[in-house]
Design a protein around this ligand. Structure first.
Ligand SMILES: [Zn+2]
Ligand SMILES: [Zn+2]
Length: 301
């Protein structure tokens, strides 16, 4: 318990330091494609509050991507109905369209190989504008705070990250998702046993995951939430986004992954800059039909 509290306290300090350094300043950007509301069990933000902030800060388009889990042991399992989530988002979209704000009905699905068939069937029956597939940390995960130290001890880095990356590869190969969310989220749980700098020195460990995304046309997300969490960098970091591009990756997405109103837009401009620096001129997104490009030219430096 104390470990959990300490980590939360440290992340609060990281958030405040980043705020002081300007990570949360108002920005004019075309899209935040990863946002959670009270329809996610770990979020307390009202959709309406995001909309007010988006108009105020000049963000043109939002994808609401509340959690849906298929493992009964995971927190979003059965948490919010499809009908409730869709109604919230579609009604907000109608209310806010006259003010120039576009709101899309997305979802963030926790991918586990064991539930792939269930996810496939469910997505066919429940269409969304945009679908993120992410690997999260389950109740039995070796990366849980109570397990991680003993799991990491004596292992090579490749073996430490393998259980996480194997699932991400499965998510990409499933072909179910527009985008893989926070593809190295595991680094949040590995601190302080493995540091982000250790992973930065081992881009070869990422390459099979990047190759799976490239082969299947699944977009890579630059997820800004790591900037307010223990890694203090995006998921994944700049060198991995650049490596994805070098290997032939052409589809990059960007999201703040906010769960609270105060996190809205946090780090988003930094994530855009990083994608742009890696050579991307547009974001990969979907608005219900096929993939669309959202140009990211004209970034304020
Ligand atoms: Zn996630
Ligand atoms: Zn998320």
């Amino acid at each position: 318990m104390s470990d959990t509290r300490d980590r939360a306290e440290i992340e609060r300090e990281v958030f405040l330091a980043g705020t002081a350094a300007g990570l949360a300043v108002p920005v004019s950007l075309p899209l935040d494609a990863h946002l959670h509301t009270v329809r996610s069990p770990d979020a307390n933000a009202m959709l309406e509050a995001y909309c007010v902030l988006a108009v105020d800060r000049g963000l043109a388009e939002l994808a609401i991507t509340d959690h849906v889990d298929f493992d009964p042991a995971m927190p979003a399992y059965g948490f919010a109905s499809f009908a409730d989530r869709e109604r919230d988002v579609r009604e907000a979209a109608k209310r806010w369209a006259p003010q120039g704000l576009a709101i899309r009905f997305g979802v963030e699905i926790t991918y586990e190989r064991a539930y792939e068939d269930d996810i496939r069937g469910w997505l066919k029956r429940h269409p969304h504008d945009y679908v993120i597939g992410s690997v999260h940390i389950s109740a039995e995960s070796p990366y849980k705070a109570s397990n991680v130290a003993s799991f990491v001890a004596g292992k090579r880095l490749a073996d430490v990250v393998a259980p996480y990356f194997d699932e991400v590869i499965g998510a990409a190969h499933s072909g179910l998702f527009d985008t893989i969310g926070h593809m190295d989220f595991v680094k949040r749980y590995l601190v302080p046993h493995v540091l982000p700098a250790d992973l930065a020195k081992a881009p070869e460990l990422y390459e099979p995951v990047l190759a799976a995304m490239i082969d299947t046309g699944t977009a890579l997300e630059v997820n800004a939430s790591g900037l307010r969490q223990l890694p203090r960098e995006t998921y994944p970091a700049a060198n991995i986004v650049a490596r994805y591009r070098e290997l032939g990756g052409r589809h990059v997405a960007v999201g703040s992954d906010a769960h609270r109103t105060e996190w809205f837009g946090y780090g988003l401009a930094e994530a855009y800059r990083l994608a742009s620096a890696a050579g991307f001129a547009a974001l990969a997104f979907r608005r219900g039909a096929g993939r669309v490009d959202v140009p990211i030219s004209g970034l304020k430096r």
